[in-house]
Design a protein around this ligand. Structure first.
Ligand SMILES: Cc1cc2nc3c(=O)[nH]c(=O)nc-3n(C[C@H](O)[C@H](O)[C@H](O)COP(=O)(O)O)c2cc1C
Length: 159
């Protein structure tokens, strides 16, 4: 059976995380929820969902996807991740709230993989808000955690 990685991001960090996971898992299909048709889920026994957090919430494409396909997803070997600028308790809360409770509880792996910010790509509004929150010159993210990526992939690869 196959592995599917479905992601919803805005500027590229979540996409990068999705492909870094794929490179650790070997065979996996990677699909951007924003642009691609949702694949037939019955073809996969393992599904990894990832999304980035804005204003405390995961991208709306992921909210719509998980609410529509919660039943099918609950039968999969499931992994959940977020890309987020927050750390600690606040980020744990964001991860918990990002996915339906039933899926969160069942997931084999769930992780906050870190964040990357690409200042040149940000919309004027996002740039302005990030500057307000983090201060001018401090917009860059802390980076994606390769250790967390490795352990997430290890759990998902175990059969
Ligand atoms: C305008 C803006 C708002 C953000 N809000 C949050 C937030 O509420 N919580 C958080 O943990 N990270 C927040 N972030 C950080 C993003 O989640 C992080 O940069 C992530 O890596 C973006 O991934 P993407 O490029 O795939 O969208 C925010 C970033 C921006 C630019």
């Amino acid at each position: 059976m196959k592995t599917l990685i479905l992601y919803a991001g805005k500027y590229g960090c979540t996409e990068k995380a999705a492909f870094l996971l794929k490179s650790r898992l070997g065979e996996a299909d990677v699909v951007n929820l924003k642009y691609a048709k949702v694949p037939v889920l019955s073809a996969y026994d393992t599904v990894i969902l990832g999304g980035s957090i804005y204003y405390g919430k995961i991208r709306k494409e992921m909210v719509m996807f998980t609410s529509k396909f919660e039943r099918e997803l609950s039968e999969k070997r499931l992994g959940l991740f977020i890309c987020a600028g927050m750390a600690g308790e606040k980020a744990e809360q964001e991860l918990h709230q990002a996915y339906p409770e039933g899926l969160y509880k069942r997931a084999l792996a769930k992780e906050i993989l870190g964040d990357e910010v690409y200042p040149d790509k940000l919309s004027t509004m996002d740039k302005w808000i990030l500057r307000m929150v983090k201060g001018k010159g401090n917009e860059a993210g802390a980076g994606l955690s390769m250790d967390k990526m490795d352990s997430f992939a290890r759990v998902m690869a175990e059969r």
